[in-house]
Design a protein around this ligand. Structure first.
Ligand code: ADP
Length: 258
């Protein structure tokens, strides 16, 4: 009988990755790539060698947020060399391999899963302390492939107040338990908008239920991130790693204990 560890893909020779964190969500558009970027930037600012494996290949959010548009190259051994941001975060993404960054990625599940395994096992990951994997949205085949092939140290679940968070958490909990991966906590994105004049928090999507859900599944809430025009503008300008913020303070403390 095959055990979960039998499916794990080995890192390439010369690579080292200490901790791997998957960032998951129930559907697209809730801010999973944003949270991945903020986590990576916060980890880098703490002095950790940080990497992002962009496994959400439905859109070029990660390269764009960090202002990367180069094509990835390989070394003499045929290993992929990650692109490095100006602050030193190593990134691989399918969107750094397309001839034209507006080309749609139309590969189907099995190919996607294969690409992600290749990004894990055939890239030269140099002394990485924390790697964040921007997972494909949902709990389908491709995220499952990642769960099976990459030794995840934990996952962070991102949701917005509009989502049926209970259901997403339940599915993620089931998948994570099946694979013996700890759930590090929940991040609620677009929780509120802060009035720039009086500081009042406006709950655009109504009251959040994230605290109840977190209590129900006994996982912590790591952050509640507002809709913040500074973040959106920084992503558009490719400068997300320069945004000064404290949103990931609690999440980083959890990561340090891994
Ligand atoms: P996902 O990865 O879940 O599909 P993204 O992270 O790409 O979602 O976010 C979708 C869009 O919303 C992007 O344009 C992003 O810049 C913007 N966005 C995400 N979170 C926030 C936020 N907290 N404040 C402002 N804009 C945000």
């Amino acid at each position: 009988e095959m055990k979960p560890e039998d499916f794990l893909v080995k890192l390439s020779q010369g690579s080292s990755v200490k901790k791997v964190i998957g960032v998951v969500s129930g559907k697209g558009g809730v801010g999973k790539s944003m949270v991945t970027s903020l986590l990576a930037a916060a980890s880098m600012r703490e002095g950790f060698k940080t990497a992002i494996l962009d496994g959400d290949i439905t859109g070029p959010s990660i390269p764009k947020a960090f202002g990367l548009s180069i094509n990835l190259v390989g070394n003499a051994d045929g290993l992929i060399l990650p692109a490095t941001t100006t602050c030193g975060i190593d990134i691989v993404s399918v969107n750094l391999m397309l001839a034209n960054e507006t080309d749609p990625v139309i590969w189907r599940g099995p190919v996607l899963g294969g690409v992600i395994k290749q990004f894990w096992g055939e890239t030269l990951w140099h002394n990485v302390d924390y790697m964040f994997i921007d997972m494909p949205p949902g709990t389908g085949d491709v995220p499952l492939t990642i769960f099976q092939s990459v030794p995840l140290d934990g996952i962070v679940i991102v949701s917005s107040p509009q989502e049926l968070v209970g259901m997403i958490v339940e599915k993620a909990v089931n998948m994570a338990r099946m694979m013996n991966v700890p759930i590090l906590g929940l991040v609620e994105n677009m929780s509120y908008v802060e009035c720039p004049d009086c500081g009042k928090q406006i709950k655009v999507f109504g009251e959040s239920h994230i605290d109840e859900i977190a209590a129900e599944y006994a996982v912590p809430v790591l952050a509640k991130i507002p809709m913040d025009p500074t973040l959106a503008a920084a992503c558009d300008a490719g400068k997300i790693e320069y945004v000064e913020n404290n949103y990931m303070k609690d999440a980083i403390e959890v990561l340090k204990k891994l």
